[in-house]
Ligand binder design. Sequence first.
Ligand code: UD2
Ligand code: MN
Length: 296
Amino acid sequence: MKTKVLNNSHEETRRPPNKSETLGHCPDTPPKLVGPLHVEFNSKQTLHKVREEMGSHLLEGGRYKPPDCIAQQKVAIIIAFRNRHEHLIHWLYYLHPILMRQQLDYTVYVINQDGEGVFNRAKLMNAGYVEAMKQYDYDCFVFSDIDLIPMDDRNLYRCFDNPRHLAVAMDKFNFHLPYNTFFGGVSSLSKSQYLKINGFPNTFWGWGGEDDDIYNRIIFRGMSISRPDLVMGKYRMIKHKRDLHNEANPKNPGKLRQTLQTMNTDGINSLKYTVKEIKKDILYTFINVDIEAPLK
Ligand code: UD2
Ligand code: MN
């Protein structure tokens, strides 16, 4: 800080300091966390009610900045989506308050797959990464299913020294990891971790395998997986059936033997899609993308 010679004839020397000069950095451990949370999906929420309840804390596009400190990380939350509106309402209802208590500078991106083609979760996540980076200088990306709600707000939606797997203890797997190398559900990668693995694969059409390919990429680039413990890492998944146009793809498991080769040419460096629409709701940014999906 420089010392200024006081001169009453210059108004600007007496202006109050602006916000960014006075705000300190947010602490490592957010002070308002409450720990275990009650999560259930019986209540009849509507998007309208959720907007009324939390809209006033948010900026257009589902964006938030802590009012009283400078967030440690700028986080884009990326959700691969199609035709799960009821799940989206639950997700927004539960996650916004948690993410606010975690004092993140964050935006929620719902990346909608346009059309009726075969679903592709990982390719949608890649498109979400690129679109988010066009809007703000994010340093961390949290990739989430729409149907997963954390049951403990100490499970921080930010990035760590290694790529992080957050959804370690889901109710549907009896609150345990289904297998050691599991990387599905919710994960976070810093910008540099994501770029180091060339992003996610674009070629896993339909259900299954893309999360294991991402796991392989991380290990092949010499990183390891960071995880919360089984208490903080509890999740509820909203019960659902397999969606139309997202059948298990029998070709996907075999592709996992090729990750070491394919990861160099299949990823963020080969991504092709077109944006059809961007809509900013107060609760989220909705981006409709055509990812050139095959019909079968
Ligand atoms: C598991 C993994 C998931 C992914 C998937 C295999 C869990 C909880 N999650 O999810 O991360 O690896 O297997 O591909 O184990 N979606 C839509 N509309 C659709 C289809 C999918 O929005 O029509 C999105 C949505 O965000 C959903 C996600 O894709 O949560 C994963 O699909 P899922 O929930 O049908 O698959 P699931 O629960 O077996
Ligand atoms: Mn699911």
